[in-house]
Design a protein around this ligand. Structure first.
Ligand code: IMP
Ligand code: MG
Length: 185
């Protein structure tokens, strides 16, 4: 879905599909350079990371194996709870593997810092993080995010995998939702 079709529901377009793609290409080159030997296992956090995973993995010039986790840290609304529950675990054994967590957005950092510790405790050789977006002003824990697409202001955003009450994930761009949309659900 394109932003024009949703113009009444969006306040601002932050990044277009083309800008997101261009930035992912740059990140892919950095990632390739950092893993000259065995490629890392890409671990996506569903559902938000689907678009980043699809585009980043195809941009990478190495065999990119993928695995997925489902964790719950959010309800249907817009506030982070900080509680992490595994709803779907990895299929792969990550013992002695380099893991690259693929995320849509880092807000508090709570989900990721928990995941990173969890993977290290399972014997991963290394755990790095790539995220398309980050809201530095809302960080609650100190966590190294190795590859960041764009740092954004603390507004709630949708599109490119990011949802509001499960809608807008298929919007091509990243946009700030119009304030009146919050009153509807
Ligand atoms: P955390 O606060 O860093 O743990 O963020 C956890 C999750 O909240 C992210 O992976 C997203 O799925 C979701 N999230 C955070 N900010 C936004 C937003 O602006 N729009 C949509 N989802 C968000
Ligand atoms: Mg997410």
């Amino acid at each position: 879905m394109d932003s024009e079709q949703l113009s009444g529901e969006l306040a601002t377009i932050l990044y277009t599909e083309a800008q997101l793609k261009a930035r992912l290409e740059e990140l892919a080159r950095e990632i390739e350079a950092d893993y000259p030997g065995e490629p890392p296992l890409l671990v996506g956090v569903l559902k938000g990371a689907i678009m980043v995973m699809a585009d980043l993995s195809r941009e990478l010039r190495f065999h990119a194996q993928m695995d997925w986790m489902v964790v719950s840290s959010y309800g249907a609304g817009t506030k982070s709870s900080g509680v992490v529950r595994i709803l779907k675990d990895l299929d792969a054994d990550i013992t002695d593997r380099d893991v690259l967590i693929v995320e849509d957005i880092v807000e508090s950092g709570l989900t990721l810092s928990w995941l990173k510790e969890n993977f290290l405790s399972r014997g991963a050789r290394s755990v790095k993080i790539v995220t398309m977006l980050r809201k530095p002003e809302l960080a609650k824990v100190e966590i190294t995010v190795d590859y960041v697409g764009y740092d954004i202001p603390p507004d709630f955003v949708v599109g490119y995998g990011l949802d509001y009450a499960e809608d807008y994930r298929n919007l091509r761009d990243v946009a700030v939702l119009a304030p009146h949309m919050y009153e509807k659900k």
